[in-house]
Ligand binder design. Structure first.
Ligand code: IMP
Length: 194
């Protein structure tokens, strides 16, 4: 039996990626934008709280089960920043170029250039679900000053993977999905659902 699931995001790339991987489990995905659901507030200090708020909001307004993600880059030398502020690290309007410039500037004084991407996925069966299904993924790398690569988005041109000798922006979409924080979280979620 097919179950409709609303994705608490308007990102068409994410919708396509999630829809493809969840279809074999009987889920049909709709984006919240298609259902005229406005974006939820993300006021919390942790990724999981924000993802849960987004999932509950989408479920509440649609009456459907909902899936939400929240992700970002964390830099231990900066106390975990940009973290939940990743999308707007350099303020509004949101700009990848400004965020990257700020991150490169902030990390310059530290020897420890390590960084990791984090993604959490939260699925609720209904808005008041007392037992959300939660899965996450972590992707370790380090920051480089000079950007490399044209792929990906966000901080990818500065996110270097020593074992691959490439930045995340130099990976194909398939390569990135096979190792990324989002890919790991999605596979973990699918394992839980299966
Ligand atoms: P969101 O969870 O998709 O809203 O992502 C939050 C922010 O984290 C993005 O706007 C990016 O700045 C950053 N981010 C999350 N995942 C990635 C990634 O895979 N590559 C580059 N930046 C990312």
């Amino acid at each position: 039996m097919t179950q409709t699931l609303v994705l608490a995001s308007n990102n068409s790339g994410k919708l396509a990626e999630f829809a493809q991987l969840l279809a074999p489990l009987g889920f049909h995905l709709k984006s919240q934008g298609d259902l005229n659901i406005p974006e939820a507030e993300e006021p919390f200090g942790t990724f999981v709280e924000n993802a849960l708020a987004k999932a509950r909001h989408a479920s509440q307004l649609s009456g459907l089960a909902a899936l939400a993600d929240d992700s970002g880059i964390c830099v231990p030398a900066l106390g975990g920043a940009p973290g939940v502020q990743s999308a707007r690290y350099a303020g509004e309007p949101r700009s990848d170029a400004a965020n990257n410039a700020k991150l490169v500037r902030e990390i310059a004084q530290y020897n420890d250039k390590s960084a990791y991407y984090y993604c959490v996925l939260v699925m609720v069966r209904h808005a008041a679900d007392p037992q959300p299904i939660i899965a996450d993924g972590v992707w370790h790398g380090s920051l480089i000053e000079q950007p490399r690569g044209q792929g990906g988005f966000g901080y990818d041109p500065h996110f270097f993977l020593p074992r691959l000798g490439k930045t995340a922006a130099e990976l194909s979409a398939e390569e990135k999905n096979s190792v990324s924080h989002r890919g790991q979280a999605l596979r973990a979620l699918i394992n839980k659902l299966a």
